[in-house]
Design a protein around this ligand. Structure first.
Ligand code: HEC
Length: 122
């Protein structure tokens, strides 16, 4: 029993730090990870993540440094004036609520790098 408890707490430490897990718990609740179905599209509360990342890729010409910096800033300090998404996204969904307090800077760094590698790395 004691060994099991040690195993469980160790695995929480290991898995809670995986970047994908962070995205799944902190971002995918609002941003769908992949192409939405027609009915999912109707019920979306934020643009799907692949769309957001594609858009950032075009805007920042696939510059990893610029894109990860933008994501890290926007998640904590979202602002209509900074947004590079199509303005209809903001009209439809409103400005993203700041995630300050629900993600640490270290976690956000992992998330930003993961999102770039997952969606934009060629
Ligand atoms: C409570 C819902 C919600 C959560 C949670 C959320 N977002 Fe968003 N996000 C939005 C909405 C709505 C928009 C579209 C409006 C906008 O751009 O502000 C958006 C837009 C964005 C954009 C595009 C900015 C632009 O150019 O307009 C990025 C990048 C982004 N989110 C990253 C993230 C990341 C990374 C996470 C996880 C750490 C996350 N979001 C979590 C709701 C959310």
């Amino acid at each position: 029993m004691k060994n099991l408890m040690i195993f469980l707490s160790l695995s929480t430490v290991i898995f809670a730090n995986s970047a994908k897990e962070l995205v799944d718990t902190k971002c995918t609740i609002c941003h769908l990870a992949s192409q939405p179905s027609a009915s999912e599209r109707q019920n979306m509360i934020a643009p799907p993540m692949f769309g957001v990342m594609n858009n950032l890729g075009i805007h920042f010409k696939d510059d990893k440094k610029a894109i990860t910096a933008f994501v890290k800033d926007y998640v904590i300090n979202p602002d209509e004036k900074k947004a590079v998404c199509q303005s209809h996204a903001i009209t439809r969904f409103g400005v993203m609520p700041s995630q300050k307090g629900s993600i640490t800077p270290e976690e956000l760094d992992k998330v930003a790098n993961y999102l770039f590698d997952e969606y934009l790395k060629k």
